[in-house]
Write a protein that binds this ligand. Structure first.
Ligand SMILES: C[C@@]1(CC(=O)O)c2cc3[nH]c(cc4nc(cc5[nH]c(cc(n2)[C@H]1CCC(=O)O)[C@@](C)(CC(=O)O)[C@@H]5CCC(=O)O)C(CC(=O)O)=C4CCC(=O)O)c(CCC(=O)O)c3CC(=O)O
Ligand SMILES: NC(=O)C1=CN([C@@H]2O[C@H](COP(=O)(O)OP(=O)(O)OC[C@H]3O[C@@H](n4cnc5c(N)ncnc54)[C@H](O)[C@@H]3O)[C@@H](O)[C@H]2O)C=CC1
Length: 221
């Protein structure tokens, strides 16, 4: 079983060998994550040609050669030729992360099916057992966790900063974070108002607690 991580690729070079439909899917995901994408392919899908023309990705219009992987943090072998994909995997240096689209065994990592909602990422992987099932489950999750989760998670990010700044008590914070995570809270919709109420309640509790502690310390004196 693989170890699940969210890889930071922003500003890092990703070399994708091949310019077909599968390469296009992987390149879309890499661009979303801010990678610096270079495509190596003699021919490419119109969508990828447009990205290259706009300067969004680099395109070396040629067949693969081992030197193409220089400086790559991540490599995706996505041609329709098994031999070429194998040559790409062999050319990778130690430490370069390699994905081979037609050979799960050869991969350092598999690309999961992903639902993105603002800072929320839901990734589904079957580790190559059934990409079609990963796709189906991703679609189900898209229904279950709709677009409304984007603004909600953005609110939670802001709320987290406020709670960490304003609530000293660890238990109090935990109580607040759990309350904010409840689906009833999300559905309520008046998030800022509700947060203000919860913060006020926590502050009251904090003051009561401090009062009790003062009494305790009087007893000990
Ligand atoms: C190992 C892995 C390596 C990798 O590419 O990372 C891999 C390998 C292979 N895929 C193949 C086929 C298909 N792949 C898809 C779709 C996706 N494939 C993706 C990932 C992965 N595919 C990795 C494992 C992930 C996992 O298992 O969880 C997804 C999740 C992510 C993405 O690519 O972005 C994306 C869905 C995205 C989404 O919809 O959200 C469909 C569905 C369709 O197109 O309708 C089909 C046709 C149906 C079928 O075969 O199931 C074949 C056989 C080719 C052949 O027939 O020869 C191989 C090679 C082999 O199995 O040997
Ligand atoms: N992992 C996955 O998600 C999936 C993998 N596959 C596998 O992926 C392979 C690619 O599928 P598609 O993108 O649909 O194929 P495609 O035929 O649309 O594209 C192949 C691309 O590879 C390029 N290419 C061929 N030889 C090359 C070379 N020597 N150097 C550089 N580029 C070269 C071609 O110019 C073309 O751009 C399939 O053969 C299949 O085995 C298929 C479906 C899903």
């Amino acid at each position: 079983m693989g170890y699940s991580v969210i890889l930071q690729v922003r500003g890092r070079r990703a070399v994708v060998v091949g310019g077909g439909k599968v390469a296009a899917r992987k390149i879309r995901g890499l661009l979303e994550a801010g990678a610096d994408v270079v495509m190596i392919a003699p021919k490419a899908e119109p969508e990828l040609q447009a990205l290259a023309a706009a300067g969004t990705i680099g395109w070396c219009i040629k067949t693969f050669a081992p030197g193409d992987l220089d400086g790559a943090f991540l490599v995706i072998a996505a041609t329709n030729d098994r031999g070429v994909n194998e040559a790409v995997a062999q050319a990778a240096a130690p430490g370069q992360l390699v994905n081979v689209v037609d050979d799960p065994e050869r991969c350092d990592f598999h690309v999961p099916a992903v639902v993105r909602r603002g800072p929320l990422t839901i990734a589904v992987s079957t580790e190559g057992a059934s990409p079609a099932v990963a796709r189906r489950i991703r679609r189900e999750l898209e229904e279950q966790y709709g677009e409304e989760y984007g603004p909600y998670l953005e609110f939670l990010q802001r709320a987290r900063d406020i709670v960490l700044r304003e609530v000293d008590d660890v238990e109090g914070r935990k109580r607040l974070f759990r309350a904010l995570a409840a689906d009833s809270f999300r559905q309520n919709g008046r998030w800022d108002e509700e947060l203000a109420g919860l913060l006020a309640k926590e502050k009251e509790r904090g003051e009561e607690r401090r009062g009790e502690n003062d009494e305790d310390s009087n007893i000990h004196c």
